[in-house]
Design a protein around this ligand. Structure first.
Ligand SMILES: Nc1ncnc2c1ncn2[C@@H]1O[C@H](COP(=O)(O)OP(=O)(O)OP(=O)(O)O)[C@@H](O)[C@H]1O
Ligand SMILES: [Mg+2]
Length: 222
């Protein structure tokens, strides 16, 4: 479902943030992207929803190619991808329900359909009892569950999670990973960038490891 072929990304001349990256990820797979701070993990994930396009090489996600994609097609791709970030990026002045319903409003669904889907996801992420609360007052673990719910509400093919446990303690991190594992169990592909090596070591998923923007052969996949 995701294919990177010889992807190189330069922000400045003569300095590759990603260099000659080739790998593929299957439909429904769960993959960790690991590596030190600055290794290029976020840059790699940003190519998966075409926020960034490669300087050379090709990224294909679902049927969308970075070589051919136009703005309109990139917008279509993004409807199939849910994004989760370390900093949550929620609307703090709205309640939980409205934050989760937002992608459905943007997609132009009817009020009935929005309500049906949002209530289902609220229940799935154990947030039903918080739906009327304003996001500002919630804990970090709850905020990240809202982000997952918002990413999930459009029924995406793929969820990209960039350091989703970066602001959480161990207990909340484990809860978030369990929720992502559960979502993966329902058939959604998940790509999660993290530098939390303990967390990666304790899970059975494939790893794409970056060192200075490269995938060293020996540790690339196992
Ligand atoms: N838009 C940009 N313009 C210039 N340089 C950038 C840009 N985005 C990232 N970089 C550089 O690319 C390198 C890789 O950054 P990236 O954010 O992908 O790393 P990361 O592995 O996600 O790190 P962290 O674990 O700290 O999140 C860094 O040296 C960063 O400064
Ligand atoms: Mg990053």
């Amino acid at each position: 479902m995701i294919q990177f072929t010889n992807v190189t990304k330069h922000f400045k001349k003569n300095w590759a943030v990603l260099e000659n990256i080739t790998f593929s990820i299957d439909r429904g797979e769960f993959v960790f992207v690991t590596g030190k701070s600055g290794a290029g993990k976020s840059t790699l994930l940003n190519h998966m929803y075409m926020k960034l396009l490669p300087t050379s090489g090709e990224v294909v996600v679902d049927s969308f190619s970075s070589c051919l994609a136009r703005k309109k097609e990139i917008a279509l791709l993004r409807r199939k991808v849910g994004m989760i970030f370390q900093e949550f990026l929620l609307l703090n002045d709205r309640n939980v329900y409205e934050n989760i319903a937002l992608p459905l409003r943007l997609a132009g669904l009817s009020e009935d359909e929005i309500r049906k889907r949002t209530l289902k996801i609220l229940s799935y992420t154990s947030l039903s009892h918080k739906m009327q609360e304003q996001v500002t007052y919630l804990s970090s673990g709850e905020k990240q569950r809202i982000c997952i719910a918002r990413a999930l509400v459009n029924d995406p093919l793929l969820i990209l999670a960039d350091e989703p446990t970066g602001n959480l303690d161990k207990e909340n991190s484990d809860e978030i990973i369990s929720l992502l594992q559960n979502i993966h169990g329902q058939g959604t592909a998940i790509v999660m960038a993290t530098h939390n090596t303990d967390l990666v070591a304790s899970r059975p998923f494939r790893r794409i490891h970056l060192e200075n923007g490269r995938m060293p052969d020996t540790v690339a996949e196992h």
